[in-house]
Design a protein around this ligand. Structure first.
Ligand SMILES: C[S@@+](CC[C@H](N)C(=O)[O-])C[C@H]1O[C@@H](n2cnc3c(N)ncnc32)[C@H](O)[C@@H]1O
Length: 233
């Protein structure tokens, strides 16, 4: 894996068709077909990234330049590890990286196989003691807090909105506690789900707050990323 900028998806050859099978639901067949024809899935595999989501972080960071060499990064909702891989590469926290060396600390409900240059614990971020445990692991203020956390979809849109807003609010409260002045916060949200209190609170604490939809985020998904930069404690 080199710098992470070169490995864009190849959009040619999107032609795999999956036959319906008696034991497979139509929704599973369509999901499989989409995976097999997705240029980002193929590019992630080729580059050795654990997730196609890695490209969302690459695309956002190529635009925003938040992950600087030597920076300390928190990755919330890290499994299977794609964002941690990109963050570790860019802040230079891997053993092979030259100075200045950064740091990546992450967390997920699921177990994450070791990622070079990242320390990831298995924990529910909504547990009362999760923020304190992460702060203890960090031992210093963070430059960037990332959250790609997403609760399993129930299929009931209002419920899914509430769940993702709750995760985003908890991540924002944590970011305000651990960021150093000038730091940044990036969190997954759902279109229409973050108006009101959360945006107002973030605007009080950050010089700039905006929404970004990176090209790798599927156009038929309501997912967006909230990007808050220039933290003012
Ligand atoms: C879209 S995935 C993250 C993908 C990751 N950014 C990558 O590139 O590999 C969302 C993750 O959020 C995690 N998650 C959801 N709720 C969580 C919670 N309360 N605490 C910790 N992790 C959570 C899920 O387990 C899931 O692994």
């Amino acid at each position: 894996m080199s710098k992470g900028k070169a490995a864009g998806p190849d959009r040619q050859g999107l032609k795999v068709r999956v036959k319906t099978a008696a034991k497979r639901k139509l929704s599973s067949t369509l999901w499989l077909e989409r995976q097999l024809n997705d240029p980002y899935v193929a590019a992630a595999k080729k580059a050795g990234y654990r997730s196609r989501a890695a490209f969302k972080l690459i695309e956002m960071d190529d635009r925003l330049h938040l992950l600087k060499p030597g920076a300390t990064v928190v990755d919330l909702g890290a499994a299977p590890g794609g964002w941690s891989q990109i963050a570790a590469q860019r802040v230079r926290s891997r053993p092979v990286d030259p100075e200045p060396r950064g740091r990546v600390v992450g967390l997920d409900l699921l177990e994450v196989a070791p990622v070079a240059g990242a320390e990831i614990i298995q924990l529910d971020f909504l547990d009362d003691d999760a923020p304190a445990r992460l702060r203890a692991m960090l031992g210093r203020p963070a430059d960037v807090v990332l959250s790609d956390m997403a609760a399993g979809a129930t299929g009931h849109r209002p419920t899914d909105h509430l769940k993702i807003v709750a995760l985003c609010e908890a991540a924002a409260a944590f970011a305000v506690e651990v960021l150093r002045p000038g730091g940044s916060f990036v969190a997954k949200v759902i279109q229409g789900g973050t108006e009101g209190d959360l945006l107002a609170q973030l605007r009080r604490h950050f010089a700039q707050v905006r929404h970004i939809k990176p090209p790798a985020s599927r156009s038929d998904s309501a997912e967006l990323y909230l990007v808050a930069t220039g933290f003012r404690p």
